[in-house]
Write a protein that binds this ligand. Structure first.
Ligand code: 0O2
Length: 221
């Protein structure tokens, strides 16, 4: 009957979301192991913080609709790859890349997609390294591969992105030109800060200072 059907549907949704929760937890564990080991080996902590979020059923439905994905579990499973998301905030740009490589190189991790918005910032100034990685999750019913979107960024990039996010929502995506210009400018300032902090950090650790900032960091795109 109806009630039975509704319950079955609820259970199926719960199982579906659980897979992503478990995949997210696997990635969190990997990151916390890397962090502890790195700290022990190199005497500093490359990760400032890690945060995770699971998309709600509402936002999954909204994004599927927006991207023209069929509203079936199968279609969503294969085409919506950011249901589970983990954000890794690092002190330095090189650490963001280093952690990505340390995670991506693991035997049970498959890199499905990489978008390097650090090397190629979005037109609004947004920077972060995005990777969709797949990890196996071992359930009582068998093993399933689960995609997780991992975003690697610096504290400065994170600071910028959270303000930009608030502005974008406040203006319901119709941000006045004055503000978009100012945000682009702030993104350059953030990149300069990252560059300086990295060079100071290298000097502190007795390494040769990095060469002058690459032109792309200073170019207004
Ligand atoms: P939330 O709250 O993190 O879930 P999409 O923009 O999602 O349609 P795509 O190709 O799926 O396109 O994703 P993309 O470009 O790799 O980036 C998606 C995520 O990156 C976003 O997730 C944000 O977290 C972050 N992001 C991307 N561009 C920007 C930006 O211009 N500003 C800020 N502040 N964050 C950005 P969600 O799902 O939008 O949000």
């Amino acid at each position: 009957d109806m009630l039975e059907q509704a319950r079955a549907m609820r259970d199926e949704m719960q199982r579906f979301l659980n897979e992503y929760r478990f995949g997210m937890r696997e990635i969190e564990t990997k990151l916390s192991i890397l962090r502890e080991d790195f700290e022990q080996q190199h005497s500093y902590n490359p990760i400032e913080h890690v945060s995770s979020r699971l998309k709600t059923l509402d936002s999954i439905a909204e994004k599927a609709d927006r991207k023209g994905i069929e509203p079936t579990i199968e279609a969503i499973r294969s085409q919506l790859l950011d249901i589970a998301g983990v954000r890794v905030t690092c002190s330095f740009v090189t650490d963001a890349y280093r952690l990505f490589h340390l995670l991506a190189g693991q035997d049970d991790v498959t890199v499905v997609q990489v978008k390097d918005y650090i090397a190629h910032p979005k037109p609004n100034g947004y920077k972060s390294l995005h990777a969709i990685v797949e990890v196996p999750v071992f359930l009582s019913t068998g093993t399933v591969p689960v995609p997780v979107e991992v975003q690697f960024r610096t504290i400065a990039m994170d600071f910028w992105a959270s303000l930009e996010h608030k502005i974008y929502y406040k203006y319901a995506s119709q941000v006045p030109a004055r503000l978009t210009d100012s945000l682009r400018d702030a993104a350059l300032t953030a990149a300069e800060l990252d560059d300086r902090m990295e060079r100071l950090h290298r000097e502190l650790h007795g390494e040769r200072p990095a060469p002058i900032a690459p032109l792309q960091l200073l170019a207004r795109t």
